[in-house]
Design a protein around this ligand. Structure first.
Ligand SMILES: *[C@@H]1O[C@H](CO)[C@@H](O)[C@H](O)[C@H]1NC(C)=O
Ligand SMILES: *[C@@H]1O[C@H](CO)[C@@H](O)[C@H](O)[C@H]1NC(C)=O
Length: 335
């Protein structure tokens, strides 16, 4: 009997130690096992990591805010590169009174968990799109839902994407825009949001790009970003197996520096996870990041790919291709 008590006490202390160890080392995901671990440090939009309990109960109150009011659509063009014009679903005046021009392409940028439309990285990508071409850049701000706990944000992200799909369909119906000129870009959890948006409109967008698509709770999830969500779907993996998805999910999957942590110059998985949007932003300006076709994704992880060249990222709306690609990059801009 005494032995059993001791045994129970030691099991309890092992369990306690595991939890304590996880929460005591900020930003250290070395314990994390995809599909098994309950706790993971995850990056927010300001570059700060938060300890996420993947089993934290859903916040029911947020299920009621899933309607058009959950999303803000901020238009930027070369005529208003720094100050947003707000477009409102169903309100034609909000379009006709704006600088929106249906003859020009549409680039949509969607942020991730614990983020908003005003972060440094969304502004960076926006400015790079505008520098490359006179584009209607629409930043979607879905912070009401994105600022909830991770599980709630994952569940509601599907509907957030559907709302975005409806909004874009409405704009294109109303103004005569062209799906061949639409590029949806999603950061981390936002990658699955843009996947859902593309699915809502039957995969019509010319391009859908997922920037280190979020991994936790998305492995084997039928709502995850996939290659049917756009005419050409690209994923850039930089923290695969931890905060991002490692397996190929798109038409073309790029694995910079093996697709995992550590990316060059990164000491935390949050840094590696945040590298994908940085690489993509650079590629819009420079288009110098050359992937090489791999025989398989193990070759990509060991940075051994030597097949044909296919550039990663960029802003070319007619870009099409498929396969698994590896490349190496530098540790700072332009990488
Ligand atoms: C809309 O864009 C097209 C193509 O760039 C341009 O020729 C036209 O002048 C623009 N219209 C307005 C009202 O700015
Ligand atoms: C866009 O137009 C199509 C075809 O007329 C219609 O089926 C669809 O409901 C419209 N979508 C929106 C969001 O207005």
């Amino acid at each position: 009997m005494k032995d059993i008590v001791v045994l129970i006490a030691s099991i309890a202390s092992i369990a306690l130690c595991t939890c304590t160890a996880v929460s005591l080392v900020p930003d250290d995901n070395s314990h994390y096992v995809e599909g098994e671990s309950r706790y993971i440090w995850m990056l927010d939009g300001e570059g700060v990591s938060h300890l996420v309990d993947l089993e934290e109960p859903v916040d029911e109150t947020l299920l009621n805010v899933r309607n058009e009011g959950s999303n803000q659509y901020w238009l930027y063009t070369r005529q208003n590169p720094n100050t947003a014009e707000t477009l409102v679903y169903g309100d034609i005046d909000s379009i006709s009174n704006s600088n929106y021009n249906s003859s020009r392409p549409i680039a949509v940028i969607v942020h991730g968990w614990q983020s908003n439309g005003n972060t440094a990285v969304t502004s960076l990508i926006r400015n790079d799109f505008l520098a490359a071409e006179d584009t209607n850049v629409i930043i979607v701000d879905w912070r009401t839902v994105a600022s909830s706990n991770y599980l709630t944000a994952v569940i509601t992200s599907i509907e957030i994407g559907q709302l975005i799909g409806n909004f874009l369909e409405w704009i294109i119906n109303t103004t005569g825009g062209d799906w061949n000129n639409v590029h949806l870009v999603g950061i981390s959890l936002g990658a699955h949001v843009v996947g859902s948006a593309g699915r809502q409109v039957n995969g019509q967008p010319a391009r859908v790009t997922g920037l280190d698509p979020a991994g936790p709770l998305w492995i084997g999830n039928p709502n995850a970003l996939n290659r049917n969500d756009g005419q050409y779907v690209e994923a850039i993996h930089t923290d695969g197996g931890i905060q991002g998805i490692l397996i190929p999910i798109a038409d073309a999957d790029f694995y910079p520096n093996g697709g995992r942590h550590p990316q060059p110059g990164c000491s935390t998985t949050s840094c590696s996870h945040g590298r994908a949007p940085q690489l993509f932003a650079s590629s819009i300006r420079t288009d110098h990041l050359q992937g090489r076709l791999c025989d398989n994704y193990y070759q990509a992880q060991s940075v051994e790919c030597s097949g044909i060249v296919f550039n990663m990222g960029n802003s070319i709306f007619s870009k099409r291709g498929s396969g698994i690609y590896g490349l190496t990059t530098g540790s700072s801009w332009p990488y």
